[in-house]
Design a binder for this molecule. Structure first.
Ligand code: PDD
Length: 281
């Protein structure tokens, strides 16, 4: 996982450096993508590249590579890093102009484009057998969480808060309704219905979320994309988290209380198997 990409060239990750005046560093003026790779094959690559395009448009940054360029870059990075199981990270900032100036128009030079890979550790068997704990927290993030921005300070602090409370994730609530996790989307099961918050600016349109929804519909599971009041989350039979790096995780304790019987539920077991089959297709 040692070969990175920086502005047109491949180099050892440790040598890939960005200037202090880079707007990604100064302002978090940047967007990113995380693409899971199974046995050398990028999963849902076209969907990730499409979302990257909308994140770039969302911050008014011209796409420096375009869909074909991103596809070629990701494919090359995977090959140069051994074609195994990994996650590819793409980070695009508004570049490094000669002066610190909040106004985006002051950045007239090229964007900074970074790509690197990390191992995607296999999901621990204990997590799958027992599930994980989550805590409910106020969603303290900005209003455009549909843009996959690297400005993740609120998410970072919420993740730290969850960890300090022996939880794997903070599930976020805005105006009494669940939005998403600090780095995941949220699903709840109530009876035989699978519920997840609708796509709106308050959440990231997760690629795993979309795949799970499609797989569930194909398997004739009743699905509702609608707001989840926090009281309904506390009463759910099952809760899951989805993300490109965590796939589909069962939450079995919420705010210290068991979710349903406190074990991963039957619908999660089914959906995990379907997602596993899809990722290894
Ligand atoms: N995060 N919501 C948030 C806030 C996220 O950060 C993520 C993923 C998701 C899930 O999206 P997807 O299924 O497309 O990975 C939802 C990535 C993995 C990260 O920041 O590392």
């Amino acid at each position: 996982m040692d070969t990175a990409y920086l502005n047109g060239r491949f180099l050892p990750l440790q040598e890939a450096q960005v200037p202090v005046l880079d707007r990604g560093f100064l302002f978090g003026d940047a967007v990113y993508e995380v693409i899971p790779v199974y046995d050398g094959r990028a999963y849902a690559l076209a969907d990730h590249i499409q979302r990257l395009g909308s994140s770039l448009r969302g911050i008014g940054l011209t796409d420096p590579l375009g869909p074909d360029g991103w596809t070629a870059l990701v494919t090359d990075l995977i090959a140069r890093n051994g074609n195994g199981d990994m996650a590819v990270y793409l980070q695009i900032t508004r570049g490094a102009p000669p002066r610190r100036d909040h106004r985006p128009a002051s950045a007239t030079g090229p964007a900074t484009v970074v790509g690197f890979c990390q191992t995607r550790p296999p999901v621990a068997a204990s997590l799958l057998e027992q599930g994980v704990a989550a805590v409910v927290r106020d969603d303290t993030r900005w209003a455009h969480c549909d843009i996959k921005s690297t400005a993740l300070l609120a998410n970072v602090l919420l993740a730290g808060d969850a960890q300090a409370n022996d939880a794997n994730e903070a599930i976020l609530v805005r105006d009494g309704r669940v939005t998403e996790g600090a780095s995941s989307n949220v699903f709840a099961v109530s009876g035989s219905t699978l519920i997840t918050p609708p796509l709106e600016a308050a959440i990231l349109p997760g690629i795993t979320r979309a795949r799970v929804l499609a797989l569930a519909r194909r398997a004739a599971v009743t699905v509702a994309e609608r707001p989840i009041p926090v009281a309904e989350l506390h009463a759910a039979d099952e809760i899951w988290l989805t993300s490109s790096t965590r796939e589909i995780f069962p939450v079995t304790r919420l705010d210290g209380t068991p979710v349903g019987p406190g074990r991963p539920g039957p619908l999660w077991t089914r959906m995990r198997a379907l997602l596993q089959a899809d990722t290894h297709d």
